[in-house]
Design a protein around this ligand. Structure first.
Ligand SMILES: [Zn+2]
Length: 299
């Protein structure tokens, strides 16, 4: 029983943040297989789409591990490929959510780079002490998420970074592993250290295989980081959406009254959350309450 609990805890989705003992590198690593599976199930995605969403969720979760409190980060790929939007966001406390959307009339692709196509990667941070969100936008490079994220760090934040993301699905298209790590050089890192780091990163073949072999996040960082480190933070990760029927209704209260009446007449009562695909339904009572509330506001 205790072994079983230990096993469960070990397999729990988690993100950890570490700093090298000499302070020259920082790194963050995530295992979010369960969150990726939940995302796939909620949005009913095929394996390839689910693996893209898994990588985006990994990225957002790792970026949020550098934040504090209820600060949050979102990453958004918008391109002219068949997947015209790939979105993930994460709260520092470990909640993540996201979605993919497609162009109408999808044509068969011959190359993975055609999935996202040409476009932009936008990273948004909502921070406590900033009145406005901090936004960085770069062109999509390879469209494999990891190259794009490394490019974003270099261009937008001037931080040399190695980004490794992995998300695997089985022959039935079900996600079986998801995770990744980011290592970043701090200004004090020497050329020698940077070279060692680069060599070490070139040894990474498959994180999924590492996870499959039972390596923990700490084991993985020990395997690929050529220096000793201290763990600064370890947070559990979940796919979690804070949507609710009340939130949807609050948004409907901002619409013109005729639009609500029109929805009611056409029995258009289904509300679907973009972030988690949860369905909510309005009954006649809800519609009448919304209409009275809008009327009350106008008087
Ligand atoms: Zn939702």
């Amino acid at each position: 029983m205790i072994e079983e609990i230990k096993d469960k805890l070990k397999n729990r989705d988690r993100v950890i943040r570490v700093l090298s003992k000499n302070g020259h590198f920082r790194a963050v690593a995530v295992k979010n297989t369960m969150a990726a599976i939940t995302a796939q199930e909620k949005h009913k995605l095929d394996g390839l789409s689910a693996s893209y969403l898994a990588k985006a969720l990994s990225s957002a979760t790792m970026l949020s591990a550098f934040l504090k409190g209820e600060e949050r980060v979102s990453i958004e790929f918008s391109g002219d490929g068949c997947m015209n939007k790939l979105y993930a966001e994460s709260l520092q406390v470990g909640e993540c959510r996201g979605f993919v959307s497609y162009k109408d009339n999808i044509e068969p692709i011959t190359n993975l780079s055609e999935i996202l196509g040409q476009g932009t990667l936008k990273v948004t941070r909502i921070l406590y002490n900033e009145p406005e969100p901090i936004i960085g936008i770069v062109p999509i490079q390879k469209g494999d998420i990891s190259t794009d994220l490394a490019y974003y760090f270099a261009q937008s934040e001037q931080i040399g970074s190695g980004v490794v993301l992995d998300a695997d699905f089985n022959e039935n298209g079900k996600i079986i592993q998801s995770g990744g790590f980011i290592i970043q050089a701090m200004p004090d890192a020497t050329d020698n250290e940077l070279q060692t780091m680069e060599n070490k990163l070139s040894e990474v073949t498959s994180l999924s295989k590492d996870f499959m072999e039972g390596l923990s996040l700490i084991d993985i960082l020990k395997k690929y980081l050529p220096f000793d480190f201290d763990i600064l933070k370890s947070t559990q990760v979940d796919f979690f959406c804070r949507c609710s029927k009340e939130n949807f209704i609050a948004k409907l209260l901002l619409l013109p009254i005729d639009e609500i009446k029109d929805m009611q007449n056409r029995k258009q009562n289904e509300l679907i959350c973009q972030f988690c695909s949860k369905h909510y339904y309005l009954d006649n009572n809800d519609f009448n309450n919304i209409i009275s509330a809008i009327k009350a506001k106008q008087n």
